[in-house]
Design a protein around this ligand. Structure first.
Ligand SMILES: CC(=O)N[C@H]1[C@@H](OP(=O)(O)OP(=O)(O)OC[C@H]2O[C@@H](n3ccc(=O)[nH]c3=O)[C@H](O)[C@@H]2O)O[C@H](CO)[C@@H](O)[C@@H]1O
Ligand SMILES: C=C(OP(=O)(O)O)C(=O)O
Length: 416
């Protein structure tokens, strides 16, 4: 079993270059399968989820090459519409195979997705979308069987704002006959990124990034080259880590606009923020104001940054309240932070966080962002080694985390 050892007490300093976004990559890779020829994806992050998706594509019969940060996907040899192997359970975003294969072949058979299971994560809105497009969907023995004679464009109103359902419906509708309107669509930057790729492949999608997306189905999608947007969650994690360690870090190769909900909260706490062209400089301060944070859908504060933010709020004077309105129970990091000395109480859907002196301890990351929260806590303690197990979760979403933190002056290493 691998673990990360972190020795705290060193302010992070220097520049970190952020890789492409996990949540875009894991949607763009299955989207590329819909092309009739090679798709090249640049700025591909090196993550466990991306490697898992590569294996899934290869098992489906596609040819995939991944070196440096380029992934070359040749879907012309794709043979199967059926994907039920273990890899599917390793990541949440395997559900995008449903929309991609349904759009391409009119048929898909997929094992139920995995990913971080901080609470039940239903896919009823994905299925509602496929059915509205004319597909028959059966859930049998842990797999979803989807089939359509012909996908027909229609109007779909999502009951909940869902990133996954919005993208999945967009994928399938790109090959439907006629026009599909997705109402109450999610607006995350990753949705715009997927629409940009699909449009470069020949799709006709308008309105991505707004609450209404219009998709005019096309008969074919072709190969192209696309560069993935920067990972706003990795960027936010390093910004929070810089503030928590009272460091001075330039988070580079990002789109500052994507970070606005976080930068607003950091400024409210008293963190010094300098917005540059494609970077943000974060300068930590000796003391911070307590604040309230509500995790919401984009452009609200990202739920994926809620756990790392919990750690930072233990450094603020007074009492802060953090609530998650996307996943009401995404709090698996809290018992572990308490083990490190954090004074946090859970009240209904909120974490009530008091200023705390964190201490090193042996802790376990129960999910990806819980791992990030513990990593930041380990960097923040004044001295001593924090041992974090559950590293496989952290590797799902943080590109080269040990080297990146070392380059910022942190004392961190892996042990088996
Ligand atoms: C691979 C990926 O991009 N993952 C991200 C994506 O997950 P994912 O796309 O799975 O999350 P959704 O946006 O779909 O979920 C938002 C909310 O809607 C609910 N819901 C969703 C679908 C559905 O059919 N029914 C339903 O009730 C969920 O339980 C949740 O409460 O967005 C989440 C919310 O920003 C992020 O935390 C994840 O990092
Ligand atoms: C929850 C996350 O990912 P996934 O949806 O892939 O489990 C995340 O990135 O924080």
């Amino acid at each position: 079993m691998e673990k990360l050892i972190v020795t705290g007490g060193k302010p992070l300093q220097g520049t970190i270059r952020i890789s492409g976004a996990k949540n875009s990559a894991v949607a763009l890779i299955p989207a590329a399968l819909m092309a009739d020829s090679t798709v090249i994806l640049d700025n591909m992050p090196v993550l466990r989820d991306v490697q898992t998706y590569k294996h899934i594509l290869e098992n489906l019969g596609a040819h995939v090459e991944f070196s440096q940060d380029h992934m070359v996907i040749d879907p012309s040899s794709l043979q199967s519409i059926e994907m039920m192997d273990e890899n599917v359970k390793q990541l949440r975003a395997s559900y995008y195979l449903m929309g991609a294969l349904l759009g391409k072949f009119g048929e898909a058979v997929i094992g139920l997705p995995g990913g971080c299971d901080f609470e039940p994560r239903p896919i009823d809105q994905h299925i509602k979308g496929f059915e509205a497009l004319g597909a028959e969907v059966r859930n049998e023995h842990g797999s979803i069987y989807i089939k359509a004679k012909q996908l027909i464009g229609t109007k779909i109103y999502l009951d909940v704002v869902s990133v996954g359902a919005t993208i999945n419906i967009m994928l399938a509708a790109s090959r439907a006959k006629g026009i599909t309107l997705i109402e109450n669509a999610a607006k995350e930057p990753e949705i715009i990124d997927v629409a940009t790729l699909l449009n470069s492949m020949g799709a006709k999608i308008k309105g991505a990034g707004t609450g209404t997306i219009r998709i005019e189905g096309v008969d074919e999608l072709k190969g192209c080259r696309h560069s993935i947007i920067p990972d706003r969650i990795q960027a936010g994690t390093y910004m929070i880590a810089a503030a928590a360690t009272r460091g001075d870090v330039i988070v580079d190769n990002i789109i500052p606009k994507h970070m606005e909900a976080l930068t607003a909260k950091l400024v409210e706490m008293g963190v010094e923020i300098h917005e540059l062209d494609e970077a943000i400089r974060v300068v930590g301060k000796p003391s911070y104001n307590s604040i309230d944070v509500k995790a919401l859908v984009y452009p609200g504060f990202a739920t994926d940054l809620q756990s790392p933010m919990t750690t930072l709020l233990t450094q603020a004077d007074g009492v802060s309240v953090l609530s998650d309105y996307v996943y009401n129970n995404r709090f698996k990091h809290i018992p572990e932070l308490i083990r490190m000395g954090a004074k946090i109480k859970l009240e209904d859907r909120s974490a009530v966080i008091e200023k705390s002196k964190l201490q090193s301890a042996k802790v376990t990351a129960m999910d990806l962002r819980a791992g990030a929260a513990l990593m930041i806590a380990g960097l923040t303690v004044e001295s001593g080694e924090t041992e974090i197990t559950g590293v496989e979760f952290i590797d799902r979403g943080y590109d080269n985390i040990v080297e990146n933190l070392k380059n910022l002056g942190a004392d961190v290493w892996r042990e088996s």
